[in-house]
Design a protein around this ligand. Structure first.
Ligand SMILES: [Zn+2]
Length: 481
């Protein structure tokens, strides 16, 4: 009996200690979450978008770097700016596009966008015609004409039209449900100093109005101009460090450029804003001793140019990749067209399991609570963003040691249409409201477009960024301390 009561006391004591620990952790997480400011997140996006497209190596990119340096320093963090090798970059100072004839279409052009790497051209008037069959290109009839395109060109086709002497290209956005009706998907020309013909991206509605006019055999005359600069520039990456007890570190990142060349509020000022807000809240809690110094360091990184800068970082740190505990990358955390869901990618990578199970559990614990997400899930790899550069297949390509670095992307919408992916076996989240074996990946109707602006994305769904910051912050509080 005595032995039994002794055991019971011990068990009770252990339970009490465990509960106390759980309580303390829950309190820290609540304190952190209450410090995340939706208002600041929105302000940062607005301020970044005002700086231009933030392409690494351009003046706009440099302005964004200076802005971020200032921010991170004001949080008391150590900041380093990495200069990367030169690459060809593009800036537009101004451009114009107008329908002159027929008069009824003069107000048509609203949310169109000049393609990156378009050459400068003086104000020019030209007749707009449809694309003739490729075999009819040689007869000189296209000289000086502007061409209306219904689908993208290959580099070879672009060269052939340039050789035929066309003066401008107008490319109509694809027809996708709910996207690009009144705004333009931005496609860029190949990065080159020798492009001869400017390309303008048109919204679907503008394009269809022009097609209809051509079908009515109306003569269309447009005027256009472009003042652009194509030259060499060095992208710059900002690294702000919250030092831990060890120099192993968690890498929290986002690409700093609007890779489409447009305003890029959702893609990816939202992600950058998330990194900044995490740095502010966690850095502030350590500085004011609300929480101790973390066990592992945390590096807050904003890449100068998506993928390009990340590859440079991996190559430069090839000898100490094993110091990276995990990579958590934000890409498009500002909007979602059909769901209010927080996604954690890539659950098909085996060594991501511990990190993703932590995020999944946080997703389940907090779902539906006031100030937290309505839905959350992990999903399989889709590719195309910075977290992939840290995975073994990419490391192999870069000829650096194939260290198994857990590397995930957090987002609320990807691409420009809804995607349906088979869920990876064993990864059904209780916070997912869709079918058990399928993930519907939400999208942005403004993806890579002329209207990826705060008013259409982050301001409409301000909660998205807040959710993404809270989820990653809580994960760090569980893993890095
Ligand atoms: Zn992106």
């Amino acid at each position: 009996m005595k032995i039994l009561s002794c055991c019971l006391t011990r068990v009770l004591l252990l339970v009490a200690v465990a509960l106390q620990f759980v309580d303390a952790q829950a309190i820290v997480e609540t304190r952190f979450a209450s410090r995340v400011s939706q208002q600041r997140l929105l302000t940062t996006v607005r301020e970044l978008v005002k700086l231009g497209n933030r392409w690494g190596g351009t003046e706009s990119g440099d302005r964004a770097v200076a802005y971020l340096e200032r921010k991170f320093k004001s949080f008391g963090l150590h900041v380093e700016v990495i200069e990367e090798p030169e690459r060809l970059v593009f800036t537009h100072t101004s451009w114009s596009l107008r329908v002159e004839e027929p008069k009824g279409l003069r107000r048509l052009i609203k949310n169109e966008w000049l393609a990156g790497f378009s050459p400068s051209v003086a104000l020019t008037k030209a007749e707009l015609v449809g694309l003739p069959p490729w075999e009819d290109l040689e007869d000189n009839s296209l000289k000086g004409k502007a061409i209306l395109l219904e689908s993208s060109l290959t580099d070879r086709q672009y060269q052939r039209l340039a050789e035929a002497g066309v003066s401008a290209l107008l490319l109509i956005s694809p027809r996708l449900p709910g996207a690009y009706t009144d705004w333009a998907l931005i496609e860029n020309l190949k990065a080159s100093e020798t492009n001869r013909v400017p390309l303008f991206n048109l919204s679907r509605n503008s394009g269809e109005a022009l097609i209809a006019a051509l079908e009515r055999r109306e003569k269309i005359v447009i005027s256009f101009s472009a003042l652009t600069k194509i030259g060499w520039g060095r992208p710059k990456t900002v690294v702000a460090t919250l030092p831990g007890k060890r120099d192993s570190y968690y890498l929290i990142c986002a690409h700093g450029d609007a890779d489409s060349g447009g305003p890029g509020a959702d893609d990816n000022a939202s992600g950058v804003s998330g990194v900044v807000e995490l740095a502010r809240t966690l850095g502030g809690m350590v500085r004011t001793r609300l929480i101790p110094q973390p066990e592992h360091s945390i590096k807050f990184v904003v890449w100068g140019a998506e993928i390009y800068s990340t590859q440079h970082y991996v190559r430069s740190n090839a000898d100490e990749l094993e110091k990276i505990q995990a990579v958590l990358n934000y890409d498009e955390i500002g909007t979602g067209a059909t769901r209010n869901c927080l996604y954690f990618e890539s659950n098909d990578v085996e060594h991501n399991a511990r990190l993703l199970r932590t995020l999944e559990q946080i997703g389940e614990e907090y779902v539906g609570k006031r100030g937290f997400w309505e839905e959350a899930t992990t999903n399989p790899s889709q590719g195309g963003t910075d977290s992939y550069v840290f995975l073994p297949s990419w490391l192999r390509r870069l000829r650096v040691p194939e260290v198994e670095i857990p590397s995930v992307t957090i987002y609320t919408g990807a691409w420009n249409e809804l995607k349906r992916l088979p869920q990876t076996e064993g990864w059904h989240s209780k916070a997912w409201k869709g079918p058990r074996d399928t993930v519907y990946v939400d999208f942005s109707a403004y993806y890579h477009s002329s209207l990826d602006i705060p008013e259409r994305t982050t301001e409409r769904e301000p909660f998205n960024m807040t959710w993404a910051v809270k989820a990653v912050g809580i994960a760090l509080l569980r893993l890095a301390w």
